[in-house]
Every structure is written in structure tokens, then in C-alpha cells.
Write a protein that binds this ligand. Structure first.
Ligand SMILES: CC(C)(COP(=O)(O)OP(=O)(O)OC[C@H]1O[C@@H](n2cnc3c(N)ncnc32)[C@H](O)[C@@H]1OP(=O)(O)O)[C@@H](O)C(=O)NCCC(=O)NCCS
Length: 201
């Protein structure tokens, strides 16, 4: 007999062997937080442009550099190139820009840098995310952050650096729930931080 906790793990893990047969299992252990991170595609234009407008009202950029004039297919290609380190602009690093999708709907996004350069190590971070206002307080950001850390590790990132504004209680909570440890060496200037810097080891 398998106890409940093992069953739960099996459900998360995917197909399991049962009576010598591989049987599919449900993935939606927590349907309210079921979220997938995937690259943007040509069909995402409307959703992403709408998200861009929505987040702009909060002064946050959903899709980096996307304007009304941007040609969408070229934008998607550029992101894909960036993911594979092709034609990188000076000073930038390979990064994955991923839509967070739940039940077929874009609820947020994550941007994952595969490595940092000297400048980004001081002023940047490995992972940045957001959740659209209408989807907040359902655990999406926590799940996006958790999955992003796993993806960053797959690119060889050992310690994952995240930052958030000192007054961003929501993001602070998300990072801490994902195991973030406040960087005690920062800021080096000794002034009160406007941002917090966290490492997830
Ligand atoms: C920060 C942000 C990503 C959080 O998204 P979210 O999906 O609502 O986060 P979660 O549902 O995973 O919330 C995790 C916890 O954070 C805390 N939290 C979330 N929103 C909060 C708020 N507005 N005020 C206080 N605490 C909040 C809660 O404790 C929450 O858990 P609970 O709902 O179980 O109490 C979202 O508010 C956002 O996109 N903000 C704008 C962009 C941004 O700040 N991105 C992060 C940059 S570092």
C-alpha cells in the first residue's frame, strides 16, 4: 500500500509503473496553480500586447522593448535567438523569455538569464517575473518562480540571483517561499536598500 504522500509525489512526477504497465497520471495536483512556462509563439501576439498594456499601467514592462510598431514575428524570432545566444546585442547574455500559461491563458511571464556578466551581477538578476493583475493571489508567481529556478539550474546556474523593490511585499514573499536568502553583503554602500537581493542556492 502506498501512503498518501508517496501518491502525491507520483502524481507530480508523471507516468508511473503500475502492474508492469506505464499509466499516465494527472498532473493537476493543485489545479489553481497549474502553470506552464513556454516560449512565445506567433499566436501569442494579442495576449502579449494586451498584457503589455495592462502591466504598463503599473509601470512594469511585460515584454521587453515591445512597442506598437514592433513586428511580432520578428520579435518572436529575436527572443528565440536570444535564448540560443545568437546575435546577442553587446552587453546582453543568453536568456529565456517564457510565457506563463494556465489553462491555455497567458497569466504572466518569466525572464531567465542563463548567466550574468559583471554588470548584471551588481545591478541585475537571473530571474524576473510578473503575473497579470486579474490572476494574482492564486499562487501563480510562486509557481513561476519555482519553475524558473529549476530552468536556470538546467542552464548551469548554481546560485540564482533575484531582486525586488524593498517595498514589494508580494515579490519578497514569493522569493522567500522559493527559498531565497537575503544577501547580507548588499548594498555595499551602507545606505538603506531600495532593492533587496536574494540568492536561491
Ligand atoms: C509580485 C507578483 C508577481 C505576485 O504575483 P502573485 O501571483 O499574486 O503571487 P502569489 O499568488 O504567488 O503570492 C504569494 C504571496 O505573496 C503575498 N502577496 C501577494 N500579493 C500581495 C499583496 N498585494 N500584498 C501583500 N502580500 C501579497 C501573499 O502572502 C501571497 O500568498 P497568499 O496569497 O497565500 O497569502 C505580482 O503582484 C506582480 O506581477 N507584480 C508586478 C510585477 C512585479 O512586482 N514583479 C516582481 C518583480 S521583482
Amino acid at each position: 500500500m502506498v501512503d498518501a504522500s508517496v501518491n502525491q509525489w507520483l502524481t507530480i512526477a508523471g507516468p508511473v509503473c503500475k502492474d508492469d504497465r506505464v499509466v499516465p497520471v494527472e498532473h493537476d495536483l493543485h489545479p489553481e496553480t497549474a502553470v506552464r512556462l513556454r516560449p512565445l509563439g506567433v499566436d501569442d501576439e494579442h495576449a502579449v500586447r494586451t498584457a503589455q498594456l495592462s502591466m504598463a499601467r503599473e509601470g512594469f514592462e511585460f515584454a521587453f522593448g515591445l512597442t506598437d510598431e514592433t513586428d511580432w514575428p520578428s520579435y518572436v524570432t529575436e527572443l528565440s535567438h536570444r535564448q540560443f545566444g545568437i546575435d546577442l546585442p553587446p552587453g546582453s547574455v543568453p536568456a529565456s523569455f517564457l510565457a506563463a500559461v494556465s489553462d491555455g491563458v497567458v497569466v504572466g511571464r518569466s525572464s531567465i538569464r542563463h548567466r550574468l556578466n559583471d554588470e548584471l551581477r551588481i545591478v541585475g538578476e537571473h530571474v524576473g517575473y510578473c503575473v497579470l493583475p486579474q490572476f494574482r493571489r492564486q499562487g501563480f508567481a510562486t509557481e513561476i518562480c519555482r519553475q524558473s529556478v529549476i530552468i536556470a539550474r538546467a542552464f548551469g546556474v548554481d546560485g540564482v540571483l533575484l531582486t525586488c523593490d524593498a517595498d514589494n511585499v508580494a515579490s519578497k514573499t514569493v522569493i522567500e517561499r522559493c527559498g531565497g536568502i537575503l544577501d547580507s553583503d548588499w548594498p555595499l554602500t551602507g545606505t538603506a536598500p531600495s532593492k533587496y537581493r536574494y540568492w536561491i542556492k
